[in-house]
Design a protein around this ligand. Structure first.
Ligand code: 13P
Ligand code: SF4
Length: 321
C-alpha cells in the first residue's frame, strides 16, 4: 500500500489561460480569493490567502476587497458573508457542502438545546448559519480548547456538532460537555489498522492528526491540531517523515515548505480516495473563473439570520485575539 503523496504538476497550458483570466478579473473587480488548505493545489497556488477556518474568517472580516471568492465549502463562505455583509461573497460551486454541518439540522438541534435550558452552546464553525444563530460562541479546531477554557470551570456546555472534537476538548480541559453526535465523513473513516500499518512501515515518522479524527487515532498521535497547526508542526519539528491523518489537500503546503521531508496520508480504503473531501474538491479552476466572471453563485442570507449568527462568531474572534 503506497500512501506517499506526489503532487503532480497542474499548470497545463489550459490552466495557464484560465489563471491569466482569473488574475485579470480579480484585479478589475477588486476581488480577493480565499482558499482552504483542502483545495486542489492549483487553487491554493493562485489564492490571495490560504488558511484554516479561523484564518479565513479573520481575512474575510478584515478585507477591503469588494468581492470575496471563497474557495472552500458553504459554511465557510456563509461565515464570510455574515462577517462582512456589504461584500459580495461567491462560492465556485454551491454544492460544496460539509457532511459535518449536514449532521446537525437546525430544527433538531433546537429541540436538543431545549433539553438543556441552562447550558451555554459552543458550536464548531462547521455548521449552518441557522445553527450558529442558535449558539452562544463559535469555535474552530484551532481555538476550541481556548474558547471552552474562557468559560468558568463549572459552566454547563453543549458542544456541537462534532463529537470527535468535543470528546477531544473534554479530555484536554477535563470538562464534561454535552455533545451533539455529529462527525465528518472524511475524518471519521480514517482506519486504525491503516495507521498502525503505516507506523510499522515508517517507524521514524510522526503521526499528526486533525481533531475531527476518532479518539483511537488521536490517542496514537504525536501531535493534534487544526490544518494550520499541523502545517506549522511539520515545519518546525526535526522529524523527516510524517503520517498525516487529515484531508489530502494539506499535503501541498507541507511538501512546498519542507521539500526534503516525506509525508504519508493514511489510506481509508483500497477502493476510494475517501480522505479527499468530496465537497472541497468540487471547486475547480474553471468554476472559479466562471463565478468571478458571472459574479455567481452568490451567498445570500437574510439580514435577520446574519445578525443572529454574527454575535457568536464575533465573540470567537474577540476571544482569539
Ligand atoms: P480547520 O479548522 O483545520 O481549517 O478544519 C476545517 C475542516 O473542515 C476540517 O475538516
Ligand atoms: Fe466538512 Fe469533513 Fe469536508 Fe471538513 S473535511 S469540509 S468537516 S466534510
Amino acid at each position: 500500500m503506497n500512501s506517499e503523496i506526489h503532487i503532480k504538476g497542474q499548470n497545463t497550458d489550459k490552466n495557464h489561460e484560465v489563471i491569466q483570466e482569473i488574475n485579470r478579473l480579480r484585479e478589475k473587480k477588486n476581488a480577493i480569493i480565499l482558499a482552504h488548505f483542502y483545495q486542489v493545489p492549483e487553487i491554493q497556488d493562485l489564492a490571495d490567502f490560504v488558511g484554516d477556518s479561523l484564518g479565513l474568517s479573520q481575512e474575510a472580516f478584515n478585507t477591503n476587497a469588494d468581492i470575496i471568492v471563497f474557495a472552500g465549502v458553504h459554511f465557510m463562505a456563509e461565515t464570510a458573508k455574515i462577517l462582512n455583509p456589504a461584500k459580495k461573497v461567491l462560492l465556485p460551486d454551491l454544492e460544496a457542502g460539509c457532511s459535518l454541518a449536514d449532521s446537525c439540522p437546525a430544527g433538531e438541534f433546537n429541540k436538543f438545546k431545549e433539553k438543556y435550558p441552562s447550558h451555554i452552546v459552543i458550536s464548531y464553525i462547521n455548521c449552518s448559519a441557522e445553527v450558529k444563530a442558535l449558539s452562544d460562541i463559535i469555535c474552530t479546531s484551532s481555538n476550541a480548547v481556548k474558547i471552552v477554557e474562557s468559560l468558568p470551570k463549572d459552566a454547563k456546555i453543549i458542544f456541537a456538532p462534532d463529537k470527535n472534537l468535543g470528546n477531544y476538548v473534554n479530555m484536554i480541559t477535563g470538562r464534561n460537555m454535552v455533545l451533539w453526535e455529529g462527525s465528518c465523513e472524511v475524518h471519521d473513516i480514517i482506519k486504525t489498522e491503516a495507521v498502525i500499518q503505516l507506523k510499522a512501515d515508517h517507524p521514524d515518522a510522526k503521526l499528526i492528526a486533525h481533531p475531527e479524527c476518532k479518539a483511537v487515532i488521536l490517542q496514537m498521535a504525536d501531535f493534534i491540531g487544526s490544518t494550520t497547526a499541523l502545517l506549522n508542526f511539520t515545519q518546525r519539528d526535526p522529524a523527516k517523515e510524517f503520517i498525516v491523518a487529515t484531508e489530502t489537500g494539506i499535503l501541498h503546503q507541507m511538501q512546498k515548505s519542507s521539500p526534503d521531508k516525506k509525508f504519508y496520508v493514511v489510506p481509508t480504503d483500497e477502493t476510494c480516495s475517501c480522505n479527499d473531501c468530496p465537497y472541497m474538491k468540487l471547486n475547480t479552476l474553471p468554476k472559479l473563473l466562471n463565478c468571478l466572471k458571472n459574479e455567481s453563485p452568490e451567498i445570500v442570507l437574510s439580514a435577520e439570520l446574519m445578525d443572529k449568527a454574527r454575535k457568536p462568531i464575533l465573540r470567537m474572534l474577540e476571544l482569539s485575539k
